[in-house]
Write a new protein. Structure first.
Ligand SMILES: [Mn+2]
Length: 325
């Protein structure tokens, strides 16, 4: 069932170490980004500070860019934990944990965790970053936000809002960012690391992606492809690419931008970014995915070129429907 932030705070204070449970296991989503990592580790640190044992797990390792923060977080080892999913949107986004029963689910996507797999959901759709919810939760629980927690939450906000530039960025986002700054978050370093400095490999991928661009519908739909071969040539890992999916948004006039990425498991990940009144979430739902109104994703079992045709067709349908309205 859906619960308020206040109810979530009370439940987290009173469980985890009751019955035969020995702590909280916090799960972040597959192909993790700054938001799920920052949210999960900040929540763990906060709960640990009030005496709860915590562990953070995810199918895929923490991206290298964030490890300097997460390496500093001591994990407890648990045998019978209470499970919490953060920032994950849907069961399948927890990867190898998707058959797990989650007691808590904290999210800011158009969440599709089912009643049968989750006891308590707290979802604030389309708020700038999941980390905003974690920040408010820790405050309600009267848990002190240390510099270490502030760095994690600020990283989450900067990465998920593309440095305060997404349509989900709100006054709340700025207020929380300002408070995190006062609490000691290293905003200069975090901003530069995550939203400004680019590695040589990243530049090569941007150029490969640009070369692959295909425009349709009077330049309003744009698709780009990143193949595993491109990553190899650039000497970069998929997990190092950060917000590459927003690259298609930088081109003027594009209404729907799709980034198609070949995955090592043979599948294709399609990331859809839209603007105006076109729902990326709806486009991706047609292919079993979802996310936010202006940014969402789905996975297809096909090759990159076929994925491009499929997504171009679905995008065309949504673009025409919007033009008609
Ligand atoms: Mn997020």
């Amino acid at each position: 069932m859906d619960i308020s932030l206040q109810e979530l705070a009370e439940k987290l204070k009173n469980s985890g170490d009751s019955g035969n449970h020995d702590g909280y296991r916090i799960v972040y989503h597959i192909r993790p980004d700054g938001d799920c990592i920052g949210s999960a580790f900040a929540l763990a640190l906060g709960l640990q500070s009030i005496g709860k044992k915590c562990e953070v797990v995810g199918q895929d390792p923490v991206p290298r860019i964030h490890q300097y923060m997460t390496d500093q977080v001591a994990m407890d080892s648990l045998e019978n934990p209470v499970w919490i999913a953060v920032d994950s949107a849907a069961e399948r986004r927890t990867g190898c944990y998707q058959d797990q029963h989650f007691t808590f689910c904290i999210d800011h996507h158009h969440n599709t965790f089912q009643e049968k797999t989750t006891d308590y959901r707290h979802v604030e759709q389309d708020c700038g970053a999941c980390a905003e919810i974690i920040f408010k939760l820790l405050k309600i629980m009267q848990i002190p936000i240390t510099k270490q927690i502030a760095d994690l939450l600020y990283t989450a906000i900067v990465t998920d809002t593309l440095c305060f530039r997404t349509s989900d960025t709100s006054a709340q986002t700025f207020r929380i960012a300002a408070e995190l700054t006062e609490l000691g978050a290293d905003i200069y370093t975090i901003g530069r690391r995550n939203a400004f400095i680019k590695s040589a490999g990243r530049l090569k991928i941007e150029s490969a992606l640009r070369d692959s661009f295909h425009f349709t519908c009077d330049h309003q739909i744009l698709t780009g492809i990143i193949l595993l071969q491109d990553l190899e040539t650039a000497g970069i890992l998929d997990s190092d690419l950060g917000n590459i999916n927003s690259f298609v948004e930088e081109i003027e006039g594009v209404r729907i931008g799709v980034t198609i990425r070949e995955l090592t498991n043979g599948r294709i990940r399609c990331s859809v970014h839209t603007n105006g009144n076109i729902s990326a979430d709806a486009i991706c739902r047609e292919h079993g995915g979802g996310g936010h109104f202006h940014a969402a994703g789905c996975e297809l079992s096909t090759d990159a070129q076929t994925a491009r045709s499929i997504l171009e067709e679905t995008s065309r349908k949504y673009l025409l429907a919007e033009i008609k309205n």
